[in-house]
Design a protein. Structure first.
Length: 236
């Protein structure tokens, strides 16, 4: 298996593939998706800055996917950017003939897999962090596993969760709902998770300190030792 680190401005991703041509397909599509998004934002800067749902119908796939996810989850469209970009990369791998392909865009993951693959659970300083992993696959088609955190990374969060992880067939939707859940969920109020499942996700897992909550359909969880050198984030 090839593991390739890819950095293009704010996009810091890990690409997993069986063939170099599939890596290159992902690189090219991620680059073009970013260029399309940046060109659109130049003419519509509100798309970049709003924290509110924002509906547009542009014919630009990455933009429209972010907009649709924004409206579904009740967040700004940039909450779906990492999942949408990862999705574009894995779609290109599939179109190139891949049966296995992963783009981990800073913890927002799109994957296509004909085998089992482990995805570690990183939740900052929580005692549950780095001790478990989801085991996904084999899968029919592309899926997304996206995580938002109020305590890890540089993304803006209005909540308290160490990790809010969402599993969905639509990686942009998974990313947007991960943000919405992280913004709203509390140990005594998990109603946002019910809303997310009604809104199209498969399942969610939330960690706040030593408290955890799961609902819906998720890949199985196993004990694991998460390697920090494999976590995508920061410059390398």
């Amino acid at each position: 298996m090839i593991r390739h680190r890819f950095h293009l401005r704010e996009t810091i991703a890990t690409i997993l593939a069986d063939e170099e041509e599939h890596v290159e397909a992902a690189r090219q599509r991620i680059t073009s998706a970013r260029q399309e998004l940046e060109h659109y934002i130049a003419g519509d800067p509100f798309f970049l800055t709003t924290f509110e749902p924002y509906h547009v119908d542009t014919g630009i796939l990455v933009v429209d996917r972010m907009s649709d996810a924004s409206v579904a989850a009740g967040v700004g469209p940039m909450a779906a950017v990492a999942g949408a970009i990862a999705w574009a990369g894995v779609e290109a791998m599939e179109e190139a003939g891949a049966q296995f392909g992963v783009v981990d865009n800073g913890g927002d993951i799109a994957l296509l897999s004909d085998r089992e693959i482990s995805i570690g659970i990183h939740a900052g300083t929580s005692p549950l962090s780095d001790r478990y992993a989801f085991v996904a696959g084999p899968l029919q088609g592309i899926s997304g596993m996206c995580t938002s955190s109020a305590t890890v990374g540089h993304s803006i969060s209005l909540g308290v969760a160490d990790a809010a992880t969402v599993w969905a067939r639509n990686p942009a939707l998974a990313d947007a709902w991960a943000t919405a859940i992280c913004n709203q969920v509390k140990e005594d109020d998990t109603t946002v998770v019910d809303e997310a499942i009604l809104g199209g996700i498969e399942g969610a897992c939330i960690i706040i300190g030593d408290w955890h909550y799961r609902k819906g359909t998720l890949p199985k969880v196993v004990k694991a030792r998460v390697r920090h050198d494999l976590i995508t984030g920061g410059l390398f």
